[in-house]
Design a protein around this ligand. Structure first.
Ligand code: CP
Length: 314
């Protein structure tokens, strides 16, 4: 099977075979990075526009590095610098970027479905870098790639996602990815942020941290996404931390070789204690590093590159 998609708007529509193709391509690109090859020619002569209408550090920089390592020219437009602040619509903004002969758009936007919306009418590939509380596909891909490097197959592995699930695009994309890869997923947090409805996605839902963490092989922490909440879902941050923050005692409930993950940005002392974020069990910075190769794979495949004929380094 060859990759046929022009857009990467989410994990939900992907087949397991497509996810495996992304991982194989990621592994090949990661090997080239490991050999200190700075540039591949795959996107030489192409222009990638990063349209980031929400703040970002990791995703934006990783997409920029990925595109540059594939030889593309990269232009990043952020919210403050774009004419969306003057009332221009997303549709008009994107059509103007296409009219300027960009070859690909990477979009981060606060509206769920915005990447899929652009993909419906643009003639160039669209890669979703996070759309509201809907999906953050490259984050889930890099998370699962990192887990696979550690554990091999994820089939039957117990993965806990802890925190603000309701407002998290990272959680949604990871639920799709992990369940497609046959991991056993438990969501845990306050009932206001982890509603029972998520069970319909094939995961367990728990509000009891100790039983959820017991013998889990990976825990993915999520920060509280205040920017998407317009009402209070728990009495105070301090009370949230006392009930659901990961500390040394609670981490001891995990399986002995369990890994601690976080998509970033971390709120130290809220969802995770600093000593755990910086501990040997943390793979948080491995996740960040893998984000470059995963995004290289996403850009390469969506631009028409074949997973079977990766370019030679130059
Ligand atoms: N994980 C993530 O999306 O981080 P940024 O918001 O910094 O891109």
């Amino acid at each position: 099977m060859t990759w046929t998609r022009r857009h990467l708007t989410g994990i939900e529509p992907l087949s397991v075979e497509e996810i495996e193709q992304i991982f194989a391509t990621t592994a090949a690109f990661k090997a080239t990075l490991g050999r200190n090859v700075k540039k591949l020619p795959s996107l030489r002569g192409k222009t990638v526009v990063n349209l980031f209408l929400e703040p970002s550090t990791r995703t934006r920089l990783a997409f920029e590095m990925a595109a540059k390592r594939l030889g593309a020219d990269v232009i990043t437009l952020d919210c403050e610098a774009s004419s969306t602040t003057k009332g221009e619509t997303l549709r008009d903004t994107a059509r103007n970027i296409e009219a300027l002969n960009a070859d690909m758009i990477v979009l981060r936007h606060s509206a769920a479905g915005s990447a899929g919306y652009l993909a419906r009418f643009l003639g160039i590939p669209v890669v979703n870098a996070g759309d509201g509380a809907h999906e953050h596909p490259t984050q889930a891909l890099l998370d699962c790639f990192t887990l696979r490097e550690r554990f091999g197959s994820l089939a039957g592995r117990r993965v806990v996602i802890l925190g603000d699930i309701l407002f998290s695009r990272v959680a949604r994309s990871n639920i799709w990815a992990l369940t497609k890869l046959r991991a056993r997923v438990t969501l845990v947090g306050p009932s206001t942020l982890v509603p029972e409805e998520f069970k319909a996605l094939g995961v367990e839902v728990s509000h009891d941290l100790r039983s959820a963490l017991a013998d889990a092989e990976a825990v993915m922490l999520l920060r509280i996404q205040h920017e998407r909440q317009n009402s209070s879902h728990f009495p105070s941050l301090g009370e949230y931390t006392s009930m659901f923050g990961l500390n040394k005692t609670r981490a001891s409930w995990l399986a002995p070789d369990a890994v601690i993950m976080h998509p970033g940005p971390i709120n130290r002392g809220v969802e995770i204690d600093s000593e755990l974020a910086d501990s040997s069990r943390s793979v948080i910075l491995e996740q960040v590093t893998n984000g470059i190769a995963v995004r290289m794979a996403a850009l390469y495949l969506c631009s028409g590159g074949s997973p079977d004929h990766l370019p030679a380094a130059s």
